[in-house]
Design a protein around this ligand. Structure first.
Ligand SMILES: *[C@@H]1O[C@H](CO)[C@@H](O)[C@H](O)[C@H]1NC(C)=O
Ligand SMILES: *[C@@H]1O[C@H](CO)[C@@H](O)[C@H](O)[C@H]1NC(C)=O
Ligand SMILES: *[C@@H]1O[C@H](CO)[C@@H](O)[C@H](O)[C@H]1NC(C)=O
Ligand SMILES: O=C(O)CCC(=O)C(=O)O
Ligand SMILES: [Fe+2]
Length: 281
């Protein structure tokens, strides 16, 4: 028994504490990203989590050695090989008709947010989930109160990175004028009606974590270059490729089951990165 305990501990040591939050959330039946609760759980001892995370079978990552970059993939082909298998993929040609690439930038989101906040008579209701990562921002209000100079770090300001889920109908309809459902999604798959947006400056990104949202998701890089680092759960280090990286460029779409893979991101290059995506079933 003790030996078994030790082995489990040893195999699990690099696991992030976030997992505990995910698992607690799933136990509570909450359909949420764990990030929200991050602040509440950092005080818990790191090794408690191993009792909460259900064992993972490593089948999903067994034959995954790299992240393919494809174009012209049919919905059937995508569905058979990637949509629900947990095999990550980058589709490079799915944003050709989108105007987002010409329209989305920090100022655009700032204006949309300002306009809608005014329409709502000052009430902030555009994000229902907000991840500040390592910044001190408490919400979108703080992010969009940054000057453009500060956002672009022209005044020596430090790098920043945030993510949020948009739940405002008006904002959603403005954003959707500039993108559409990726053509390769399975015909019957429903894309969730709320968008995730991740935005921030070079030199920063999301720390290594795993989510518990149930569904896989697609994420289109609109501006900036994002390096993705993917790792299977630690118990799969010996059966699966333990570490994969890919840089996703503007116009490319990353498809990832963030509930299966630990993922970390870092923005590279000179541009502020903006990505938009959603879950699908
Ligand atoms: C992985 O590939 C091997 C060799 O082609 C095959 O035997 C095995 O069934 C595959 N495993 C999965 C989970 O697809
Ligand atoms: C914000 O509102 C102004 C005034 O109505 C409008 O001209 C502008 O296009 C809006 N900006 C965005 C990004 O929606
Ligand atoms: C916005 O930023 C300015 C400084 O640039 C600050 O004085 C002001 O209090 C901030 N407003 C809010 C709502 O945080
Ligand atoms: O885009 C990022 O930087 C992080 C995205 C992420 O964590 C997710 O989609 O689950
Ligand atoms: Fe994530």
């Amino acid at each position: 028994m003790f030996v078994l305990f030790f082995i489990i501990w040893f195999v699990n040591w690099p696991v992030e504490r976030h997992q505990l939050a995910s698992t607690l959330l799933s136990l509570k039946g909450l359909d949420n990203k764990f990030h929200d609760f991050e602040e509440c759980i950092v005080e818990l001892p790191g090794d408690v989590q191993k009792y909460f995370r259900p064992p993972v079978t490593c089948e999903f990552c067994q034959n995954v050695t790299h992240i393919p970059r494809v174009s012209g993939i049919t919905p059937n082909e995508f569905e058979e090989n990637y949509a629900y298998s947990g095999h990550p993929i980058v589709v490079v040609d799915a944003t050709k008709t989108w105007t987002a690439m010409n329209v989305y930038n920090f100022k655009f989101f700032q204006d949309v947010h300002k306009n809608v906040t005014e329409e709502n008579e000052g009430k902030q209701r555009t994000s229902c989930q907000f991840f500040p990562y390592k910044t001190k921002f408490q919400g979108l209000e703080d992010v969009f109160n940054m000057s453009v100079e500060k956002a672009y770090m022209k005044d020596g300001s430090p790098p920043w990175y945030i993510g949020w889920k948009n739940c405002d109908y008006t904002v959603g309809s403005i954003l959707r004028k500039h993108y559409s459902r990726p053509y390769f999604l399975p015909v019957l798959a429903e894309s969730s009606k709320t968008d995730w947006i991740f935005m921030g400056s070079p030199g920063y990104g999301a720390h290594l974590h795993i989510d518990n949202v149930g569904n896989p998701s697609w994420q289109a890089q609109i501006t900036g270059n994002k390096r993705w680092i993917l790792e299977p759960p630690p118990e799969c280090y010996y059966t699966c490729t333990p570490h994969m990286e890919i840089v996703v460029k503007p116009g490319e779409i990353m498809v990832l089951d963030a509930n299966m893979w630990y993922h970390q991101t870092i923005i590279e290059g000179d541009e502020i990165a903006i990505a938009i995506g959603s879950e699908y079933d």
